[in-house]
Design a protein around this ligand. Structure first.
Ligand code: DC
Length: 440
């Protein structure tokens, strides 16, 4: 789950976001610290911050990480150097605001932020969290405050952090610098500081930190996984029970799955694969099935409950793809067997390209899975399934579409397809070698 908190500085954003994260047990992520850290890198290397092309050249050498220091406090590292203190200086404030207007810099930062966001439940604070980085965030907050109050808060913060500066620092100067930064942040052409239409606006001028935190916590849904339809849950539980009782079904790697849209891809050797895969997945999943199957008594009703969507023989590939993209845009998970049909001999066959096109088009992750044992239980050449055996289903690390977005379209699809084939092969190998540790 992502909680996105945006707003200008001096609104109490960082303190509030840190506290919200602590109360929820989520990771806290200050994206301003990232822009500041890059500003530090520019300054350290003597790059003129007014030259976007020069600045952009330094993105590839910028290595940013977050750790804990000896006092167990959060520390920001740039290429191994602890910059936690330095990045709060007024000089870095102004450089970071300037470089944050450069499209190449923003593109790189957004990519890194999304990567961090996928890793865990998190509270992100910044300027464009709810509008650009996480437009689907579960909770969006926009903080404001009266400029005089913001300047006073910032002044006190600076004096506390840099006592040496307190002699020369003046409140009116801090106020002016803040106005300049607001001007930069709000008027840049790319991702300006703006409230997302669906964000809750909170004016923090007359509120305590605790009051703001409580208001935000009241917005956080108790459970991020949407509940299953009761009929789906019933069949899901029965199917899971059936495979556990008769086939000693074992499921590994569920921690790799996350709520929301995605393609669930797996090897395909048997008619048992769709029910094994969907009953192993904690979320509701959807899949396409031949229209004729819906006419079969009982089976038709059953697959309808299990979110099967009919495809007629006459539907064009384009029509089917459009329908799938629409389902993904509604946040659904779709099962796709990239081999296109059941393997006649139980081995993994080459993948078709449609699914990687889908992932790139719908901008959704791919969750690879490997199913073992269904071929022995019900291979393609057997009319009647066996009712005993051993089945294993393992989910692997998600494969992200945006790892490939910089490649030309066709190359991106091919590279993504190759990565998926390798991922499923690696899952097979992991099972064959005894399923030790966590799945790859
Ligand atoms: O929140 P902060 O003051 O630490 O941020 C420093 C600068 O980084 C700020 O002037 C604007 C920029 N920034 C941004 O453009 N987008 C973000 N998501 C976070 C910060």
């Amino acid at each position: 789950m992502i909680v996105a908190i945006d707003g200008p500085s001096g609104t109490g954003k960082s303190t509030v976001a840190k506290s919200v994260a602590a109360r929820l047990g989520f990771t806290f992520f200050d994206t301003g610290a990232m822009y500041r850290s890059f500003a530090y890198w520019i300054l350290k290397n003597g790059v003129p911050s007014t030259h976007p092309e020069e600045v952009s050249k330094w993105i590839s050498s910028f290595q940013f990480s977050i750790t804990k220091n000896q006092e167990a406090e959060r520390a920001y590292l740039v290429n191994g150097i602890d910059v936690t203190q330095e990045i709060r200086s007024p000089e870095i404030s102004s450089i970071s605001s300037q470089i944050a207007t450069y499209p190449e810099v923003r593109k790189a930062m957004v990519k890194m932020q999304r990567r961090f966001g996928r890793a865990s439940n998190a509270v992100f604070e910044g300027r464009d969290m709810g509008t650009v980085v996480f437009p689907d965030a579960d909770v969006k907050i926009f903080l404001t405050a009266n400029p005089a109050i913001r300047a006073e808060r910032r002044y006190k913060e600076l004096v506390a952090k840099f006592p040496d500066l307190s002699e020369e620092l003046r409140l009116d100067q801090v106020m002016q610098e803040m106005a300049d930064r607001d001007q930069n942040d709000s008027n840049r052409s790319i991702s300006p500081l703006r409230q997302a239409p669906d964000a809750l606006l909170i004016d923090t001028s007359d509120l305590t930190i605790d009051q703001v935190v409580e208001r935000i916590l009241a917005q956080v849904p108790k459970n991020s996984t949407p509940p299953m339809k009761w009929s789906y849950r019933l069949i899901h539980s029965l199917a899971h029970f059936f495979f556990r009782a008769f086939f000693r079904l074992k499921v590994y790697g569920k921690e790799h799955l996350r709520p929301g849209a995605g393609l669930l891809i797996a090897n395909h050797t048997s008619n048992y694969d769709p029910p094994v895969l969907s009953s192993s997945c904690p979320d509701e999943v959807h899949f396409l099935a031949k229209e004729s199957l819906f006419q079969v008594p009982l089976l038709g009703s059953l697959i309808r409950i299990l979110n099967a969507h009919p495809v007629s023989r006459s539907s064009s590939d384009l029509h089917v793809l459009k329908e799938m993209i629409q389902m993904l845009s509604q946040g659904k998970k779709l099962i796709v067997f990239p081999e296109g049909k059941r393997s006649p001999d139980g081995t993994l066959h080459p993948f078709e390209r449609g699914f990687s096109f889908l992932s790139m088009k719908a901008k959704c992750p791919i969750f690879p899975a490997y199913i073992q044992g269904t071929y022995e239980a019900w291979p393609i050449h057997r009319k009647i399934p066996r009712l005993f055996g051993k089945i294993v289903c393992v989910f692997g690390s998600p494969i992200e579409w945006d790892d490939f977005e910089d490649l030309p379209k066709k190359e991106a699809e091919e590279a993504l397809q190759k990565r998926c084939f390798e991922a499923i092969s690696a899952l097979k190998e992991w099972i064959d070698e005894g399923a030790k540790g966590s799945s790859p």
